[in-house]
Design a protein. Structure first.
Length: 270
């Protein structure tokens, strides 16, 4: 049974995304979704102008952050299904329709597309892509390219106190409520990085760590095991790198581990 993309609204949070936005929006437009809603985060570049050029409806999150931007977009949608899409994602021609079909036929409450990360030519962009392709987080449900029932999404909601890691917090609550979430093995999308220098990687590490810290702060002892994740990922990644004769990634995993814990400390204290 086919499920129509005409029943899907794509919600795309964007902030200073003029370089990433065109391919993301063009792919969504070609997929046949009913509407594209771009929620702008007070951009200072051509993000808003580009969104209009691609026929998107543009809203502003008024600087309230990513969780609020997603909520605002979902609230303003009018279709049964919403597709939460980050600007660094590019769907294939049938990706949206295939993802919706898989969600409905397999009985999921929310389903994320698989990610094929690409980065470079700089070292840190290549390292980020390598980590995403080989790390266990590749199979963790998130919100970068995810289809979900509109009313369910509004009912579950986001914790707006999370400026990063809101996907982890949402996944935690959805699982506690008995909802079925997964990462598709049939639909894979291209996942890019906005930059490939150390400053970009550092920002990613700090945001991820801060999200973990806020999770531990919110959930107490039940979330304490999350503190082990950066070290476990760094040890696993380093071991795989050595086993495959790729010691060049060791520098990445050392920085990843250290900076995640710096962010985690910030999340615990903020």
């Amino acid at each position: 049974m086919d499920h129509s993309t005409a029943d899907v609204t794509a919600v795309v949070p964007a902030r200073n995304a003029e370089r990433m936005l065109p391919r993301c929006l063009e792919a969504l437009r070609q997929s046949g979704v009913a509407e594209i809603i771009v929620v702008d985060g007070c951009s200072t570049d051509r993000t808003v102008a580009l969104a209009h050029e691609f026929g998107a409806r543009v809203l502003s999150d008024e600087g309230r952050g990513l969780p609020w931007a997603r909520t605002l977009g979902v609230r303003n949608s009018s279709t049964r299904w919403v597709l939460l899409v980050d600007t660094d994602v590019v769907f294939g021609p049938t990706g949206v329709a295939d993802l919706l079909t898989e969600l409905v036929e397999d009985g999921y409450d929310a389903l994320q597309a698989g990610l094929e990360s690409v980065g470079g030519p700089g070292y840190w962009g290549q390292a980020l892509a390598h980590h995403h392709r080989t790390g266990r987080s590749r199979n963790w449900f998130g919100l970068v390219a995810t289809v979900v029932d509109r009313d369910l999404m509004l009912g579950v909601g986001f914790d707006d106190s999370f400026k990063s890691g809101e996907d982890i917090e949402l996944r935690w609550r959805m699982r506690q409520s008995g909802m079925r979430t997964a990462v598709s093995r049939r639909v894979v999308v291209e996942h890019r990085f906005a930059a490939d220098d150390f400053d970009f990687a550092l920002d990613q590490f700090l945001m991820d760590g801060t999200g973990l810290g806020r999770m531990i702060r919110k959930h107490g002892w039940r979330g304490a095991r999350l503190a082990l994740l950066p070290a476990a990922a760094a040890v696993r990644g380093s071991a795989l790198s050595l086993a495959k004769g790729q010691p060049r990634w060791l520098r990445y995993y050392a920085a990843f581990c250290w900076c995640n814990y710096v962010g985690l400390a910030r999340g615990l204290s903020s």
